[in-house]
Design a protein around this ligand. Structure first.
Ligand SMILES: Nc1ncnc2c1ncn2[C@@H]1O[C@H](COP(=O)(O)OP(=O)(O)OP(=O)(O)O)[C@@H](O)[C@H]1O
Ligand SMILES: [Mg+2]
Length: 182
């Protein structure tokens, strides 16, 4: 069964149609990318999946449940913003551990899970550094760490496309799904 299923999803802002009849399914454990020109609706699609934007029409399923009208807080989905949205006054360790702190997890558990997440992302050496000194790529990893440390059912990542992909997508005006297995 697909972990995330989108059926005929559509989003309008007034007269402007940002996403038109989008349908796709993402399997459990799959790494799935939406590629497309700037403005074609990738982030809007992710925001609807995460519950940050309500669709104008269409359906979103997480596992067996239809979540189309559910709030973001009622969906077990993490969202990594395009501009990272890290907390500049906290170091890397505190940024990654923040969702667990909000859940009231014990300090020892937070420490262990933050270090496990940092190992997965190869950023253990950055844990005690401040955000301001990090490269853009390292900030992306920290933002991803903060999203996955909670072990959500799914994670949506709204990153600008890498430069190397721009030629691949230059002739495709619509969001174009590409997939691989984790
Ligand atoms: N809240 C909004 N109100 C009005 N228009 C919006 C709103 N959000 C997005 N749009 C418009 O919807 C279209 C799709 O935007 P979206 O951010 O999904 O594009 P994108 O594919 O993620 O682009 P990029 O590659 O630049 O990140 C754009 O034309 C954008 O201006
Ligand atoms: Mg975008």
């Amino acid at each position: 069964m697909a972990m995330i299923r989108i059926e005929n999803l559509r989003k309008s802002f007034g007269d402007f149609v940002a996403v038109q009849n989008s349908s796709f399914a993402i399997e459990d454990g799959e790494f799935f990318c939406l590629l497309g020109l700037s403005g074609c609706g990738k982030t809007t699609t992710l925001r609807m999946i995460a519950g940050l934007e309500l669709p104008t029409s269409g359906h979103i399923f997480l596992g067996r449940d239809e979540v189309t009208a559910k709030r973001a807080s009622q969906r077990d989905i993490a969202f990594v913003f395009q501009l990272f949205a890290l907390y500049p006054h906290m170091n890397v360790r505190a940024n990654i551990g923040f969702p667990l702190k909000c859940e009231g997890r014990p300090r020892g558990e937070i420490r262990g899970r933050v270090e496990e997440t940092a190992r997965i992302l190869h950023i253990e050496h950055l844990l005690d550094k401040s955000i301001s000194g990090l490269s853009s790529g390292d900030r992306q990893r920290v933002a991803l760490g903060r999203a996955i440390v909670r072990r959500p059912a799914a994670c949506t990542i709204a990153w600008a496309r890498p430069r190397s992909m721009s030629l691949m997508i230059s002739s495709r005006p619509c969001p174009w799904p590409t997939r691989s297995r984790l």
